[in-house]
Each structure stands twice: as structure tokens, then as C-alpha cells.
Design a protein around this ligand. Structure first.
Ligand SMILES: C[S@@+](CC[C@H](N)C(=O)[O-])C[C@H]1O[C@@H](n2cnc3c(N)ncnc32)[C@H](O)[C@@H]1O
Length: 318
């Protein structure tokens, strides 16, 4: 049974929710202090698609007092801005509450602009690990464009970024709603959009990209559609490796640690590592994760010849 609890109580002593699970940590973050959070009795329940009609969060002093009395009159409701579907039956919704935009994919929160630090770091840390300027970049999943915007900040004028996006409407939503969130990255002339499955592009390229930044799902263990499971398995990782230049870097965003994905990465010849990214202003145990797939040993040595010790440090840090 999902119920409300005072976020302040939870913050003071997480054991009050010992056998319970926060439905959404980002919501908890937003509702700190005097406000309320939703908690569920089990992890499974917390992970159910959330479409409760009263799933609106109380703001500021409105939330003080009896939550049942507060519910109804003064809360700020989500407003649906747009909806899209495809032949496979996927349903994608863009909605907004105040300054928060959220994309929901088949009933699940795919992302919001509330805490996008790890989407930015996906680009920034990959560029740093590469240790040299990137000319060709592939991004899997446009979303709200934070990863793209961060990459563009550091790329040179002759760089080219290909962004693969499965849902054409999401690209369209950047004109009216989403573009301003990350500085209108689609207006940058270095960007080209491929409308379709990122796997189609990966299968078709050989030693093309300096960086491949993958953020299509909530992670390897929580894909938005069944077909995306292949991205994190033998086929997908093989295609990523073939598309990368020998010293290139691929990175994968994930909401959770994935032992299965780590087993798959262990089977590759390239080195990999995982960065645990603490959510900004978040609880000490609230992380997002980035998996980096680096160069193989020989490529790291070649790269050292060409680019000097910085690349070697990069290789060692894997
Ligand atoms: C979590 S969002 C990406 C967030 C993005 N990193 C950002 O900074 O806003 C995931 C995006 O990937 C797209 N997507 C999902 N599966 C895909 C696939 N197989 N190929 C291309 N895009 C895909 C979704 O439609 C969605 O726009």
C-alpha cells in the first residue's frame, strides 16, 4: 500500500521506513523539509508504473499538516504537454509541473530535468577519459539533451555529433518545450539527428567514433523496450566496440549497478570501469552509475605514442 510519510522524518531517521521503499528518490529530494514523500511497502510495489490520480506533490507550506486534508485543493498537478506512440505500441508522455519536465515511457519515468548531473557527467567524464579532442561522437538517446549539450561545450568547431533518437516526437518537443533546458543543443550546426534505433547505426559503422555515449534506458537491467536488451549483451557490446576507434571510449548510463552487465563487460577485450555518481544534494546512498568501456591494452600503448602521458594516465585509470 503506497502511503505518504513526512520527508523530514525519513531524512532524520531512514529506519522509519525500514521495510518500505521510496517510490522515487528524486521526488523525495524535491520534497525535503516540511513536505511529504511517497513510500511503498516493497521494492516491487515501488517499481510499479505510477499513475495514481493523486500523484501530485505538495509544495511548501501547503504540505504541512494532515496530508489527507492538504490533498485536493492546493496541490500543483502534472500537466500533460504532449503524447507520442509508435507502431510497436510504446507510449511516451511529456508532462510538466512547475519547472520540472518529465518524460514517461510506457508508464515509467524515463527521465526528468530535476537531477541531470549524471547525464552531464556521461559526456564530461568520457571526454576527459579520451584524453584528446574528439571529432566524431555518437549519442544514443536525445531525451532532454543534457548529454548532448555537455558534449558540445567541449568539442571543437569541426566536430560532428550524431544523435540517435527512436521517437521523432521527442526531437519535435525540443522546439516548443525541451530545447531551453540544455541551451537548445539541436540548433548547433555540429549536430545531426538520426531518427531510429541506435543499434542500426552501430551495426553499420567500423572504427568511426571517438566517443559513444549511451543513455537509452534506465539502465541495462531496466530497458524501456525489450529490443533494447540487446544493447547491453554480446551483440550490442560487439557493435559498440567495432564502431569505436581503437582508443575510443563508450559509456553507458544506468540507474542501478548491474552485475549481469558487469559480467558481459568482463567478457570483452577492452577494459571497463564503473563510476558511482552521487546525486547532487542527494542522500548519501542515492547514486546514478556510468559504465565506461575503454581502449584495449595495445590501443592504449599506441595512444600513448601519439598523445603522451595524459593518455597513458587515462589507460591506467581503467
Ligand atoms: C533517458 S533519455 C536520454 C537522456 C539524455 N542523456 C539527456 O541528457 O537528456 C533516453 C532517450 O533514448 C531514446 N531511446 C530509447 N531507446 C532508443 C534506441 N534504441 N535508439 C535510439 N534512441 C532510443 C528515448 O526515446 C529517450 O529519448
Amino acid at each position: 500500500m503506497v502511503r505518504q510519510a513526512k520527508a523530514a522524518d525519513f531524512e532524520a531517521d531512514p529506519r522509519v521506513c525500514d521495510s518500505e521503499y521510496l517510490r522515487d528518490l528524486s521526488i523525495a529530494r524535491r520534497n525535503q523539509g516540511k513536505q511529504w514523500v511517497w513510500v511503498a511497502a516493497s521494492r516491487e510495489e515501488a517499481q510499479q508504473p505510477r499513475d495514481l490520480p493523486n500523484e501530485a506533490y505538495l509544495t511548501g507550506s501547503q504540505a504541512v499538516g494532515d496530508p489527507n486534508k492538504s490533498l485536493g485543493m492546493s496541490m500543483e498537478m502534472w500537466a500533460e504537454l504532449a503524447r507520442a506512440g509508435n507502431q510497436a505500441g510504446d507510449e511516451i508522455i511529456l508532462r510538466r509541473r512547475g519547472d520540472i519536465y518529465e518524460i514517461r515511457y510506457n508508464g515509467w519515468e524515463l527521465m526528468s530535468n530535476f537531477n541531470h548531473r549524471s547525464e552531464v557527467l556521461l559526456a564530461e567524464r568520457s571526454l576527459r577519459l579520451l584524453g584528446r579532442p574528439a571529432k566524431r561522437v555518437l549519442i544514443g538517446g536525445l531525451g532532454m539533451g543534457f548529454t548532448l549539450g555537455a558534449a558540445l561545450e567541449y568539442l571543437g568547431p569541426d566536430a560532428k555529433v550524431t544523435v540517435c533518437e527512436l521517437i521523432p516526437e521527442i526531437v519535435g518537443w525540443h522546439d516548443e518545450h525541451l530545447g531551453q533546458l540544455a541551451g537548445h543543443p539541436l540548433r548547433d550546426r555540429r549536430v545531426e539527428i538520426y531518427l531510429g534505433d541506435v543499434m542500426d547505426v552501430l551495426r553499420d559503422r567500423h572504427a568511426t567514433y571517438d566517443l559513444i555515449l549511451m543513455d537509452t534506458d534506465n539502465g541495462p537491467d531496466s530497458t524501456v523496450r525489450d529490443a533494447n536488451n540487446q544493447i547491453y549483451g554480446h551483440d550490442g557490446l560487439g557493435a559498440v566496440e567495432r564502431s569505436l576507434k581503437p582508443d575510443g571510449i563508450a559509456s553507458f548510463w544506468s540507474a542501478t549497478i548491474s552485475p549481469k552487465f558487469e559480467t558481459n563487460l568482463n567478457a570483452r577485450s577492452r577494459a571497463w570501469r564503473r563510476d558511482d555518481v552521487l546525486l547532487a544534494g542527494g542522500r548519501a546512498d542515492a547514486f546514478h552509475y556510468i559504465y565506461f568501456l575503454g581502449p584495449g591494452r595495445q590501443a592504449a600503448a599506441d595512444s600513448h605514442e601519439r598523445f603522451g602521458s595524459r593518455s597513458l594516465e587515462t589507460a591506467i585509470s581503467f
